[in-house]
Ligand binder design. Sequence first.
Ligand code: FBP
Length: 352
Amino acid sequence: MNHTDLEAWLAAQQPAVADVLRHLAQACVKISRACSRGAIAGEGGQSTHGAVGEVNVQGENQQKLDVYSDECMAEALAQCSAVAGWASEELEHPTVSPNHATTGRYLAVFDPLDGSSNIDANISVGTIFSVLPHMFAGAEPTEAAFMQPGRRQVAAGYALYGPATVLVLSTGSGIEFFTLDPVSSNWLHTRSGVQIRTTTSEFAINTSNQRFWEKPIQRYVSECVAGDTGPRARNFNMRWVASMVAEVHRIMTRGGVFLYPRDTKEPRKPGRLRLMYEASPMAYLMEQAGAKAVTGTMDLLDVVPDTLHQRVPVIIGSSDEVERIVGYYTDPSENVSHQLFRHRSLFVQPHP
Ligand code: FBP
């Protein structure tokens, strides 16, 4: 089957936004190559595997590939005349474009390598990005220029470095899939107008945090786990890759719900995942695919950021399930059954 390619699709998009996506896609080709080399030494005989031995602004151990991926993104964006500046998960402050600070009309925000704790185990990782208008075009972008709710995004996407490398994009008119041809390094257009199914029997959450979850999540997950012996009257399956891009792409392809909710593990933290370069771009893509993306009490795309690296609760995926979870949050009386259900359960078979 002959596929058209990314360039053909970009030609039909708004030219400046298309140029930003073109440069981001080029950076993702380089990152894909580095990921696929694994522990094999790269240029200069150095492997890109392993830790740098430093921590990033999040307090996380920086992987060599985190740093390399960040450099690839910065290098590409510095060449893009449409971009005035960018912000990265790996850097505390935004970067003003060395070439287009006062002429660029857009800003880019990205997680250069999401799920990087999985690299050495050769599990899928990804790059997540968001494109915002530069509110103060003509002036060098400051951190304030980035403080925009996800609704203001003009484009978002991710690259998944898995068995194949896939690029998923939207500029506000639906979801497009591109697959990297490892021979030509060309992005081939492999799916268009992707919609996420509204129902699902698959949920993804890190259950090791269960004791810290709020009641609505305790209730939702225990009902799924009870399956056809409980009020959901059907069985559910659970998945957890610990790589958000891989979880989201599974949901894009077959439905599902992904939760990294607020919990009491670190009460001062409103969540684990970051708003600007994880939750917002994924929420944009979810809504473009007909799915839902919430904090539990509001749409993720309406959250107005205060800081570049702020964290937020994330509940995204098939709309029926996300709406059910929101129902548990917004109707407190619903939440008593959790205790009833699990401990004095009417549903779970008594031990013989
Ligand atoms: P980073 O690797 O970019 O810091 O991303 C965070 C992340 O790895 C997500 O991809 C993933 O969903 C989550 O953290 C996994 O969390 P946990 O370690 O609690 O399973």
